[in-house]
Design a protein around this ligand. Structure first.
Ligand SMILES: NC(=O)c1ccc[n+]([C@@H]2O[C@H](COP(=O)([O-])OP(=O)(O)OC[C@H]3O[C@@H](n4cnc5c(N)ncnc54)[C@H](O)[C@@H]3O)[C@@H](O)[C@H]2O)c1
Length: 339
């Protein structure tokens, strides 16, 4: 069994390591020659995964055809805004064998189209007339790369288009410390996984201001309310927002020192530099910044209120002071909790 993993960053490498215990061959494809060379020569990817050593059956290449050739499943692990370009290349490859499932692991929406990533993949396959036989799925949930790479117990959700035996892939990617659940609510799983990063930014900002644990709990809970409001309006199921991809990933991301989104929110409150400038100097992707833009645009389109999202947006994009954002949230008109 060969797996193709697109992306040689933190999660691509950690997921590759996880698969390597049950798949004969795992091939990572990357655009960064430094990352590829490092994996090939030292079996490590220091800037992305520290000193973790990848097993011998994990290979890296800059050649997409080599990566795709003979793969039984393709896992997409690049930043969400890059998925369209990457799938465009995959869809025009002669090495893309019929029937191979394509599974997205990136968390977010495409900001320019406001589409979920599975929709972006479907678009590109359709454009290249490769629609037949490529089931599209997602593998999302609370799964910090740093912990998965250490083999710490993790549970995650596999969801995909109807008509494919996802439970068979579930068996193939599960492991003793990597428990995969299925969930047939593809829409809900994707929305939940992307949106939690917006709330992680908010919690990080609150932590940076030192507002305490009451605020953290409030932001997470009101964040779930915003997720459920937006997610249901987009066709997701409410139960999904209270599952692993929803509240599970929200809690993990908001409380973890591994979370780039939480950490970025905190850094924003402790620096005089413009958040966009700060973002430009980061090597690793901070998905929540893009998701904040997408979520706000979606809320305007759907005519629903997302007060926390709006404040995070204004801090990131309009120069609003985080203290002012907190004040405005606290001074909103009083209402019932379940509205
Ligand atoms: N890091 C985690 O713990 C984790 C866990 C679950 C899901 N995810 C999600 O997985 C996705 C990738 O995260 P990551 O942590 O691996 O990010 P990362 O920043 O560590 O790595 C991103 C990788 O994508 C590559 N890349 C960037 N732009 C590209 C492009 N245009 N074409 C091809 N490759 C490109 C980079 O070279 C790098 O190898 C994100 O959506 C993230 O939210 C991350």
């Amino acid at each position: 069994m060969k797996a193709a993993i697109l992306g040689t960053g933190s999660w691509g490498c950690a997921f590759g390591l996880q698969l390597a215990s049950s798949w004969e061959k795992v091939v990572l494809w990357g655009i960064d020659p430094e990352q590829v060379a490092s994996i090939c020569t030292t079996r490590t990817n220091p800037d992305y995964l520290g000193e973790i050593v990848l097993p011998q059956n994990v290979h890296a290449t800059g050649d997409l055809e080599e990566c795709l050739s003979g793969a039984e499943a393709i896992f997409v692990v690049v930043p969400s805004q890059a998925v369209r370009d990457v799938i465009h290349r995959v869809a025009s490859s002669p090495e893309l064998a019929p029937g191979v499932p394509i599974v997205n692991l990136a968390k977010g929406f495409e900001v320019s189209t406001l589409k979920r990533i599975s929709e972006v993949i479907a678009d590109e396959l359709q454009q290249a007339r490769r629609t037949t036989g490529h089931p599209i799925g997602v593998l999302l949930g609370p799964s910090h790369a740093e912990e998965v790479a250490l083999g710490l117990p993790t549970a995650i959700v596999l969801s995909g288009q109807e008509g494919y035996a996802w439970h068979q892939l579930q068996e193939k990617i599960s492991g003793p410390s990597f428990r995969v659940y299925t969930n047939d609510d593809l829409v809900g799983v994707e929305i939940a996984s992307g949106f939690k990063n917006v709330i992680a930014l908010a919690v990080g900002m609150a932590d940076g201001l030192g507002t305490g644990d009451n605020t953290r709990g409030t932001l997470m809970t009101r964040g779930i309310a915003e997720l459920a409001r937006m997610g249901e309006a987009l066709g997701g199921r409410r139960e999904t927002f209270f599952g692993l991809a929803g509240i599970g990933d929200m809690i993990t991301t908001c409380i973890s020192h591994h979370s780039r989104n939480r950490n970025f929110g905190e850094a924003v409150t402790q620096s005089q530099t413009d958040p966009q400038e700060m973002l430009g100097s980061r090597k690793q992707v901070v998905e929540g910044v893009f998701m904040t833009q997408a979520a706000l645009k979606l809320s305007e389109k759907l005519g629903i209120e997302l007060p926390v999202t709006k404040q995070v947006h204004d801090v990131l994009f309009s120069g609003k002071a985080p203290t002012q954002a907190v004040r405005e949230l606290m001074e909103r008109q009083l209402k019932t909790e379940l509205e």
